[in-house]
Design a protein around this ligand. Structure first.
Ligand code: IPM
Ligand code: MN
Length: 362
């Protein structure tokens, strides 16, 4: 029996997780190769409300004894005034850090039927298929010193970008391995014209490439230019490898280029237990209304089957079913545009559609 730890989290988290789990049940039914046992725990604001902390010891040990973790989303304005140490986001960051999940894979691919949902012109968008490998346990998210204190009578905030050579080497390797399996191109993104950490980043990525992956074409790009290139000609990219903060920002941008942030899944790897979550947040404005797009969460389940359980066929079934649901005109509000045969549906309707397609095609 395979054990999955489920953190629905806050906002739209629980509604998208519900759809994703029932897709997982359907896959279990139709493929019959593996049985999944799921157990839920609170995380983020929901955990704070119930226990006063964003992640309890119990939640952590459930995660530790599982084979993979599924996570909806954390955070929301309700918890904005909380002291930093107990904010919902701390639960997620602690989880990533504790499990050593240093490589965050964020594929941004455009689905044919969604080309017109992108704010960019069709000819720029068609065929985008890129993968951002975001460093996830280092950089300015975790560097010391940090905090807000009085310095010479002036209130002063401080965060520190730190990267040690091994942290850069290991994430570079992940990116090169993936690049090798794709089109053999990796773009490393940094700010080496200003930041010393970026100078080291560029040097180490170059060395790893030359030494271990001479067959992969490596190029370097400054992050401001990359932000611009992502809207100017996004198809030029295959694998992008970058730091924690730059990756956070660039993947939100990449997601909109492909149509909607509600479509992009992610996998966080590097430790014993992989964590799978959509890149979108908790969207408190639409939470509880049945309007959220569950496809990023459903595609995160596909990534879990792929990376944690080597169930590539089942993962492909889910991806194809998502594509087919879109081709059949099903759209949640975030990807809706009036058109012949296009219908605006809610969270559970599009989830149902994906399940029905899975049942029909197997
Ligand atoms: C993400 C989110 C998180 C991050 C937040 C919720 C801490 O924005 O996964 O992209 O910044 O990493
Ligand atoms: Mn983010």
């Amino acid at each position: 029996m395979t054990r999955i730890c489920v953190f629905p989290g806050d906002g739209i988290g629980p509604e998208v997780v519900r759809e994703a789990l029932s897709v997982l049940r359907t896959v279990e039914e139709v493929s019959g190769t593996r049985r999944f046992e799921t157990e839920e725990e609170l995380l983020g604001g929901a955990s704070y409300d119930a226990h006063g902390v964003p992640m309890t010891e119990r939640a952590l040990s459930l995660a530790r004894s599982s084979d993979a973790i599924l996570l909806g989303a954390v955070g929301g304005p309700k918890w904005d005034q909380l002291p930093f140490e107990v904010r919902p986001e701390r639960g997620l960051l602690e989880l990533r850090k504790t499990f050593g999940l240093f490589a965050n894979l964020r594929p941004a691919k455009v689905y044919g039927p969604l080309v017109d949902a992108s704010p960019l012109r069709r000819e720029l968008v068609e065929g985008i298929d890129l993968l951002v490998v975001r460093e996830l346990t280092g950089g300015i998210y975790f560097g010391e010193p940090r905090g807000v204190r009085m310095i010479d009578g002036v209130e002063t905030g401080c965060n520190t970008e730190v990267y040690a050579r091994p942290e850069i080497e290991r994430v570079a390797r992940v990116a090169f391995e993936l690049g090798r399996k794709r089109t053999g191109r990796v773009t490393s993104v940094d700010k080496a014209n200003v930041l010393e950490t970026s100078v080291l980043w560029r040097k180490v990525v170059t060395e790893v490439g030359e030494r271990e992956f001479p067959d992969v074409a490596l190029s370097h790009m400054l992050v401001d230019n990359c932000a611009m290139q992502l809207v100017r000609s996004p198809r030029q990219f295959d694998v992008i490898v970058t730091t924690n903060l730059f990756g956070d920002i660039l993947t939100d941008e990449a997601s909109m280029v492909t149509g909607s942030i509600g479509m992009l899944p992610s996998a966080s790897l590097g430790g014993k237990v992989g964590l799978y979550e959509p890149i979108h947040g908790s969207a408190p404005d639409i939470a509880g209304k049945g309007l959220a797009n569950p496809l990023a969460m459903i595609l995160s389940v596909a990534m879990m089957l792929n990376y944690s359980f080597d169930m590539t066929e089942e993962a492909a079934l889910i991806e194809n079913a998502v594509g087919k649901a879109l081709a059949d005109g099903y759209r949640t509000g975030d990807i809706y545009r009036e058109g012949p045969g296009i219908r605006r549906v809610g969270t559970s309707e599009i989830g149902d559609k994906v399940r029905r397609i899975l049942l029909d095609t197997t």
